[in-house]
Design a protein around this ligand. Structure first.
Ligand code: F6P
Length: 615
């Protein structure tokens, strides 16, 4: 199945839509049938699987199942939301559009607010967009999972941003319709309808919104959604929640979840800007055309299968040998690299040095709310100068460096940096976007090609609009870097089947996911899995009464500084070994997939995990 000739049939593309497919899980947590064998796939097959998974974003619905990205209802809601933004742009006095979310959703909120405020500034208009990310700006660059569980913090941060405003369009993003932080904000909006119009963006149908009680609250995410559904009938609230299929790596909403959030928000905000500043009304066809441009973006990007596979191989080789992967980015693509790199920590249990992003212009270019964060430590040093100071001196051929830019950026600067890197490593690669026929930077590109081991050129037809082209370049770069970092970690053995086995257990959603994963992979009953998880978190062979009676919040706090929690719990469950023995076993075999497989004998297999060679 995962051999070098991997292809997928339409029925595999649609298998997740069946009501019998993992019925207890929301779409955002289901495992994708397309990527079941991604852990033993070759680099090329990984890219094909990711392409197929991304293509599910644009698949049309079959009528009876889920709302999809291109469904009439979704397009119509986007039009209505765009018109609300238009009203604010026309009369911005005391008004605001706030975008908010946790993890990747907050990062996309940041990117959107930044780029559309920049567009306003270019027109000599005042900014109207604000972003909120759970955990504050440090969460833009690092994993801050715990604040996601805090609805009060969500509410307070929204209140603070909106102080004194008379009209606010609040766009809460939670791919899984699950983050208590966002639920708290939506609840606050619902309590103050005279000021707030709430919009919820996610990728699950409303009946799959999370219904777990939130400590200290009378509402759940689902009950908030139900109140919004009522108000949506009179357009006092809006729900934008197309189904795009399960993530390629189960639950990794940084991938499709992040991409579709970017698409939806850009479609809405661009339509509103066009309506306000170029007199182009918001139309159904206009929205649809913009979506189709993103579909084309996928085609153009994945047409580079060979080049992407080569990058993924190079990055995977570096990670396997203990080397680093560095993205050096220019212009708006640099932030995409920074974000992709930061997400590897919670997703794969990676060290912050494993994959790092650096931005030309550093914090000046990032222009985040809280300004430079360098006082937080070296992992928050993000400028190219920081790369030269902190990373370059110890760079070797073990480390892979990717230059990420477009021909609209300062290509002379790319040449300069490329030459400096080349003095330290030959493992240097370029990824760049260029408009067909544009030869302005041909000489510099030639110089870059000479020092790079590989150069991946993504070529675009002359654009109808410059801003659309930039959005396409950003999405293309996101897809490509997601593929490189995910694929590299797959090749490093950090994925089991298509699950993030080394996931950090630092909030209630991740705690639930970890317990479910242990159940699935060990075949043991839930209570045993939860016990094993707690033992791995607290590093004890017997649970004390204190531990057993503590709440999930306490457990996730305790898990903050732990590594390999889920792999340890799994080895203990599968082999009956003590924690110490399991730890030694994992130390001897750091490739988690192989460590777990080595524990398996036919008697412990329970028909769930099968050790398989990479093809
Ligand atoms: O907390 C973990 C996480 O899954 C992140 O990886 C993700 O970006 C974030 O939660 C937000 O998830 P959601 O958009 O579903 O609220």
């Amino acid at each position: 199945m995962a051999g070098s000739d991997w292809t997928c049939s339409l029925s595999t593309m649609r298998e997740w839509e069946s009501p019998d497919y993992e019925p207890s899980l929301p779409i955002s947590e289901k495992s994708n049938p397309l990527t079941r064998d991604i852990d033993r796939a070759s680099a090329t097959c990984i890219v094909r699987m990711l392409q197929a998974s991304d293509a599910q974003m644009f698949q049309e619905g079959t009528g009876t199942t889920y709302k999809r990205l291109l469904s009439e209802q979704v397009v119509e809601t986007l039009m209505e939301v765009a018109k609300r933004v238009e009203l604010i742009l026309e009369d911005p006095q005391d008004s605001l559009v706030v975008l908010s979310g946790c993890g990747t959703s907050g990062r996309i909120a940041f990117l959107m607010a930044s780029s559309f405020n920049r567009a306003l500034r270019e027109l000599n208009k005042s900014p109207v967009y604000s972003y909120i990310i759970a955990g504050g700006d440090k969460a833009l660059l690092s994993s801050q999972e715990a604040p996601e569980d805090d609805p009060r913090m969500g509410m307070l941060s929204l209140k603070r941003v909106c102080e004194g405003k008379r009209r606010v369009l609040f766009i809460g993003i939670s791919c899984g319709l699950s983050a208590p932080f966002v639920a708290g904000q939506l609840d606050f909006c619902l309590q103050h309808p005279e000021v707030f119009t709430p919009v919820l963006v996610g990728v699950n149908p409303t009946h799959q919104a999370r219904d777990e009680p939130i400590p200290g609250c009378t509402f759940t995410f689902r009950s908030v959604v139900q109140r919004m559904q009522e108000l949506a009938k009179s357009q006092k609230a809006f729900l934008v929640n197309p189904a795009v299929g399960p993530e390629a790596i189960s639950g990794s909403s940084r991938m499709k979840g992040g991409s579709v959030t970017k698409i939806l928000l850009e479609v809405v905000l661009s339509a509103a800007h066009a309506a306000t500043f170029t007199n182009t009304s918001v139309t159904y066809m206009g929205i649809l055309q913009h979506m189709r441009a993103y579909e084309k973006t996928l085609d153009i990007t994945y047409a580079q299968e060979e080049g992407i596979s080569a990058l993924l191989e190079a990055a995977g080789r570096s990670l396997r040998r203990g080397g680093r992967v560095c993205y050096l980015g220019w212009g708006s693509l640099a932030a995409t690299g920074l974000i992709d790199a930061s997400e590897c920590i919670p997703t794969f249990g990676a060290d912050y040095n494993d994959v790092r992003g650096f931005v030309s212009g550093g914090y000046r270019e990032l222009n985040n709310n809280e300004g430079p964060l360098i006082s937080l430590g070296p992992d928050f040093c993000i400028a190219h100068e920081d790369f030269l100071r902190l990373a370059l001196p110890s760079l070797s051929d073990l480390d892979a460096v990717l230059l990420v830019y477009t021909h609209s950026d300062d290509v002379c600067d790319v040449v300069k940096l490329a030459r400096r890197v080349r003095e330290k490593t030959s493992n240097l690669h370029a990824v760049y976007h260029q408009v067909d026929g544009d030869t302005a930077a041909a000489v510099q590109q030639n110089d870059i090609n000479k020092v790079c081991l590989s150069s991946l050129r993504i070529s675009w037809p002359p654009p109808a609009s410059r801003s659309l082209l930039h959005m396409q370049w950003e999405l293309s770069t996101k897809l490509l870097l997601n593929a490189v970092s995910t694929g590299a970690h797959v090749l490093k053995g950090k994925i089991y089947q298509n699950h993030m086995i080394d996931v950090q257990v630092t909030n209630s959603k991740l705690y639930g996911r970890a317990t479910r994963l242990l159940r699935k992979l060990s075949g043991c009953p839930e209570h045993r899995c939860e016990d094993a998880l707690l033992k791995a978190i607290y590093r004890v062979d017997e649970l004390t009464a204190d531990i057993s009676s503590s709440d999930i919040n306490t457990h996730t706090l305790a898990a903050r500084n732990r590594t390999k929690v889920v792999p340890l719990a799994l080895v203990c469950l599968l082999t009956g070994r003590s924690l110490q023995e399991a730890e030694t076993h994992l130390e001897r075999q750091p490739v988690v997939r192989e460590a777990v497989e080595a524990c398996l004998s036919p008697s412990t297999r329970r028909g769930v995990i099968v050790a398989r060679p990479r093809t």
